[in-house]
Design a protein around this ligand. Structure first.
Ligand SMILES: C[S@@+](CC[C@H](N)C(=O)[O-])C[C@H]1O[C@@H](n2cnc3c(N)ncnc32)[C@H](O)[C@@H]1O
Length: 323
């Protein structure tokens, strides 16, 4: 029986890995799920250890190919493809903590359909499946999806989607939608688009739970101080809009970036400088945006915000779709 399953898995694997398969990057995660169905659980540590520097180098090569994005036309995705699992398995300490996972998952139980946007938020993905919820993970990075798939196997569904593009996700499918500081990766127009797409995925009574940080990141302070010193501020920071784009200062970015685990500095520079333009949020901006999105889409949304415990400028935004 074991051999038969292995043979069938190999057959599916071969089929999906045909070079002309339209979605091979995405299905890689699903293939691995199939392949590993017969493997006993509990290999999380070992699997994490397997995704190491070797994968990082491979990821960089894949990121450079330019033709591996399977329908994603957002250049920001190349940054996340390039860094891959190194983002979360090389000394990342940005959370979510177990306490934050509990907050995200309050009231979520076995069988609840939950969407997580951001395959790099591995701790929250694990906490969600451990509750028995039915998890779908969406990401615009096929590498992030595939590498999460190596950990979770068939305990989740994986969807390659850019949530700033309308029609990216199934409508009214989820009771809870989670994203850990995804909002901070966006410009204001991208935030508005993503809020529309994500609230559209909620069933009536469902809730978006999205965390975000107010103001500048610590590393922004270091980069902006150096930019001022070099007379280069406008290349990285738009004071009018409060948008940051490290791409404008890639030539010296590596001199001031803080370390991220054992990730080589040139990989970090490539990652941050490819992430594109990101808005730094000011107090009250998101409330206004959510109201605008609700009005423009004819949705009835209610909104609550809490500060995350033990974090000064991180909040969780909870948006309920009333009808
Ligand atoms: C959730 S965000 C921010 C980092 C977060 N704090 C964490 O723990 O990973 C990073 C993830 O979101 C994904 N992502 C960023 N922009 C996206 C978009 N427009 N659509 C779908 N996924 C996106 C990235 O590929 C990455 O996996």
């Amino acid at each position: 029986m074991g051999d038969e399953v292995e043979a069938r898995a190999q057959c599916v694997c071969d089929h999906l890995h045909r070079p002309d398969h339209p979605d091979w990057k995405l299905t890689d995660a699903k293939v691995r799920s199939t392949e590993n169905r017969t493997v006993p659980g509990g290999e999380l540590r070992q699997r994490e250890a397997e995704i190491d520097r070797k994968d990082l180098v491979e990821n960089r090569e894949k990121g450079a190919c330019g033709d591996v994005h399977g329908g994603i036309d957002n250049p920001k995705s190349t940054a996340w493809d390039g860094i891959g699992a190194a983002y979360w398995n090389q000394g990342y300490d940005g959370g979510p903590s177990p306490e934050e996972c509990d907050l995200y998952l309050r009231g979520v139980g076995a069988g609840d359909p939950v969407l997580l946007v951001g395959a790099s938020t591995v701790r929250l993905a694990l906490a969600t499946v451990e509750r028995g919820a039915v998890l779908t993970v969406a990401d615009f990075s096929s590498v992030q999806l595939s590498q999460l798939g190596q950990l979770l196997h068939c305990r989740a569904e994986y969807v390659l989607a850019d949530v700033t593009r309308s029609g990216a996700l199934a409508a009214e499918a989820f009771r809870v939608v989670l994203a850990d500081r995804l909002i901070n990766r966006f410009t204001i127009p991208e935030m508005a688009a993503a809020l529309g797409v994500l609230s559209g995925t909620l069933r009536a009574g469902g809730e978006l739970r999205l965390s975000y940080r107010l103001g500048l990141y610590d590393r922004d302070h270091a980069v902006l101080a150096e930019a001022r010193r070099r007379g280069d501020l406008a290349a990285v920071y738009d004071e009018q809009t409060s948008d940051i784009d490290y791409g404008g200062v890639r030539t010296w970015l590596g001199t001031v970036l803080p370390p991220h685990g054992a990730i080589p500095i040139e990989v970090l520079v490539q990652f941050y400088s490819s992430r594109g333009r990101e808005h730094r949020l000011r107090q009250g901006e998101l409330d206004v945006l959510v109201q605008q999105v609700a009005a423009s889409r004819g949705l009835e949304l209610s909104l609550v915000q809490h500060r995350l415990p033990n974090r000064e400028r991180d909040y969780i935004l909870r948006v309920t779709r009333l009808v």
